[in-house]
Write a protein that binds this ligand. Sequence first.
Ligand code: NAG
Ligand code: NAG
Ligand code: NAG
Ligand code: NAG
Ligand code: NAG
Ligand code: NAG
Ligand code: NAG
Ligand code: NAG
Ligand code: NAG
Ligand code: NAG
Ligand code: NAG
Ligand code: NAG
Length: 780
Amino acid sequence: MAMTSAFRCRTLFWLIILFFLVFFVLTFSPLLRENNVIIPFVSSFNSTTTPFNLTKSNCTSLPQVSYFDELLTSSMYQRRHKANLTKGKTSLDTIEEGLAKARAAILEAIQFKKSHVEMMKRFKQWSYKEGEHPLIHFGPANDIYGIKGQFIDEIEREESPFRAKHPDEAHTFFLPFSVANVVRYVYMPITRKQDYHRDRLQRVVTDYISVVADKYPYWNRSNGNLDPPNLGQAPKSRPILAFFAGRVHRPVRPILLDHWKDKDDEVQVYEKLPKGLNYTKFMGQSKFCLCPSGFEVASPRIVEAIYAGCVPVLISDNYTLLFSDVLDWSKFSVQIPVDKIPEIKTILQAIPFDKYLKMQKRVYRVRRHFVLNRSSKPFDVIHMVLHSKMSNLERIEADLGRAREAIRKAVHEKNQTSNYKENDDVIIPKGSVYRNAQSFHQSYVEMEKRLKVWVYREGEHPLVHTGPLNDIYAIEGQFIDEMESGKSRFMARHPDEAHLFLIPISVANIVNTLYKPLVTYNRDQLQRVVMDYIGVIAEKYPHWNRSRGADHFLVSCHDWAPDISQVNPKLYRNFIRVLCNANISEGFKPQRDVSIPEINIPYGKFGPTPQNTSLDKRSILAFFAGGSHGHIRKILLEHWKDKDNEVQVHEYLKNKKDYFKLMGKAKFCLCPSGYEVASARVVTAISVGCVPVLISDDYVLPFSDVLDWSQFSVYIPSKKIPEIKTILRGISPSRYLELQKSVMEVHRHFTIHRPAQPYDMLHMVLHSVWLRRLDVSLLS
Ligand SMILES: *[C@@H]1O[C@H](CO)[C@@H](O)[C@H](O)[C@H]1NC(C)=O
Ligand SMILES: *[C@@H]1O[C@H](CO)[C@@H](O)[C@H](O)[C@H]1NC(C)=O
Ligand SMILES: *[C@@H]1O[C@H](CO)[C@@H](O)[C@H](O)[C@H]1NC(C)=O
Ligand SMILES: *[C@@H]1O[C@H](CO)[C@@H](O)[C@H](O)[C@H]1NC(C)=O
Ligand SMILES: *[C@@H]1O[C@H](CO)[C@@H](O)[C@H](O)[C@H]1NC(C)=O
Ligand SMILES: *[C@@H]1O[C@H](CO)[C@@H](O)[C@H](O)[C@H]1NC(C)=O
Ligand SMILES: *[C@@H]1O[C@H](CO)[C@@H](O)[C@H](O)[C@H]1NC(C)=O
Ligand SMILES: *[C@@H]1O[C@H](CO)[C@@H](O)[C@H](O)[C@H]1NC(C)=O
Ligand SMILES: *[C@@H]1O[C@H](CO)[C@@H](O)[C@H](O)[C@H]1NC(C)=O
Ligand SMILES: *[C@@H]1O[C@H](CO)[C@@H](O)[C@H](O)[C@H]1NC(C)=O
Ligand SMILES: *[C@@H]1O[C@H](CO)[C@@H](O)[C@H](O)[C@H]1NC(C)=O
Ligand SMILES: *[C@@H]1O[C@H](CO)[C@@H](O)[C@H](O)[C@H]1NC(C)=O
């Protein structure tokens, strides 16, 4: 009896526990879920066992791109899918809605004077319209940054026909066209007033309609299959090298016809196809189809070419290609600038047959993106247009995706560096000081090409937008100043284009200002300032909430900086802390945080004065001079202070001025941690060509994602301090030579320039943050 009741009791107890567990999971699991997708990218960079083997498996958490497949990132697709679910609308509804909005917006834009951005947006939306038509245009709508405002500038000029006084008038070219595209296509470049005459536009419209009516075999053909039937001959039985037939439309075609019309059997260029000959058939018999821009609708030619399995040759100078944010045109088309028209034959003949085969195969595969089906199958034109109108975040993530892809590729193409032409202006990382020189180089190049950082404007001096420019915390102020100087190429013009957001707070300045006189070490005030700041920007802008801080960072060299996040670990969970004080035991997370060097900058300079003492003059084996700060130095001084001629350890020098001279005379410079793990001595040692000996525990070395510190420094854990002499003496002269040479090589990365220069310290700091950003995808 007692047993049973005890049993019941226990059962009840477990049931209650179970109930609470289920309750907890059901209630709180959404809170526990992390929004951001973490891509272990940096870790692969750093992994010591397989450095830089960024295998596919390492990136599975990034939605895999189905190559042309590498064309569409499935994350975008998923997102759309999700939107569909949540809104309970068919995608057609969404499109129709978009169209209605676009129409209304255009009308409004014509009636009222609107700002650049508004106009741009309107015309962007207008390109939805094109989805209905097989208009494979080089659309301005496609890339807001691509056309650099050129189009809008034109549009807003007084004499622009699109500042129509009467909307009715505008309606005439409203319908099935993208006015924006037509203008761009026909009226660019606008150089004279008479260029604005409408007749050209009207001609385009007429042309266009006839084109749509006669020329579009696939208009009626698409039968719901993703892959339309193969048209044209097999690649091997295409006798014509290149083909074109079309009217003389300026500016490109006259040049083309001039050079090639009726002149060559292999490059067959016609102004008018002789009667009885079949245009489509010709395309199917040609390897390449010339698609010069003309003032009629040139783009159907590209689609036709693609349908006929003919590799398009795009002859134009001035526009971005449609869908180019998801399609890599270089993989299935040839682009020839206008001034190379005479060389068409040479250029095309120079393409090896196997490369041609690959392109041709891709042409077939890419057709699905140009299939038109009103009921909107995935990958068809309508979808593509929708895709190309990505949200800012999608655009940014797509951009980062391309960067990752390029870096990954560089990792696999080990000898890629040999393809670069050496050039004095271009720095190419090489050699063993890098964990993987190619991937670092590629990553740096991608960063230069893409990275934009937005610096929040909120806040005032002296706590925000400024920092110490000298002394040991200098890197803090130097970095903020560089990003806010207006001279950095990495500065975003608008938060929407930013990959990263800098919180321009200086911890050193807060401590210097709010804690003066220093009566308390309580971090409350510091923590409150930073929290308040984040509160303000999270309230005002969407960016913090969007990523929960994963694309935000703060740079500080101050000892107290790691403590800012203690007060609210949840708030700072994803936040990138860029710190000198990279002590793992204090919560520094190498995956998320960035370790930067401490550098002591004297007034009027940008760092320690470099020295280049020849090796035979380096008479001291090891050197240190400094106060007994922190437990490591205590041990060091205890063991070595004034005890050995070869290992010269001093607490204070009799003459302070000897400090740099002695460092320059030493083979090795001891760099023990002080009150904090980082030491400005490391940069000083590197500057004077002295091999740094790092004596620290739990210290994550600066730039260690890309630099292999074992190639230019010696690491001695604190418990081996008594063995310093033995260890250093055990390093052979040839090994020392290598180490010292490498020190000179990495010096560039530990030098500050203002404005910053490629691969210098400030850009290395930025690159470290860039790598952290590559680790995270904000589209889940
Ligand atoms: C990278 O992976 C390949 C095989 O996938 C392996 O052969 C190679 O050793 C790896 N490289 C490194 C540096 O580990
Ligand atoms: C990355 O890939 C390597 C090699 O395939 C594997 O050993 C490692 O565990 C992977 N890392 C993660 C985080 O998946
Ligand atoms: C969108 O929703 C409709 C109906 O709700 C469904 O038929 C369609 O397949 C969905 N589209 C996508 C891309 O999931
Ligand atoms: C396509 O279909 C429409 C109506 O179904 C027809 O009027 C038109 O002629 C067709 N076009 C072609 C090229 O067959
Ligand atoms: C588009 O696809 C749907 C379903 O896949 C099909 O029923 C329809 O006939 C197609 N439309 C055209 C114009 O081919
Ligand atoms: C032209 O050639 C294509 C493909 O060879 C064929 O489908 C089409 O019927 C031909 N058109 C004429 C008018 O002969
Ligand atoms: C490209 O633009 C330049 C300058 O705007 C112009 O001179 C040139 O003719 C244009 N080329 C083409 C092919 O439109
Ligand atoms: C190195 O590059 C050359 C051409 O630049 C190429 O032919 C060769 O196959 C590459 N070698 C390896 C191992 O990738
Ligand atoms: C971000 O989230 C916070 C807390 O949930 C909220 O107070 C704030 O309004 C949000 N910011 C924006 C711009 O929506
Ligand atoms: C790099 O790897 C080493 C050893 O695996 C580790 O101690 C260090 O924390 C890592 N650093 C980063 C930035 O991941
Ligand atoms: C250092 O001096 C040596 C000769 O003493 C010279 O060959 C070398 O180029 C110098 N290095 C630098 C970085 O100035
Ligand atoms: C690193 O952090 C641990 C834990 O707070 C601390 O005990 C240690 O002294 C720190 N190291 C240095 C050099 O400050």
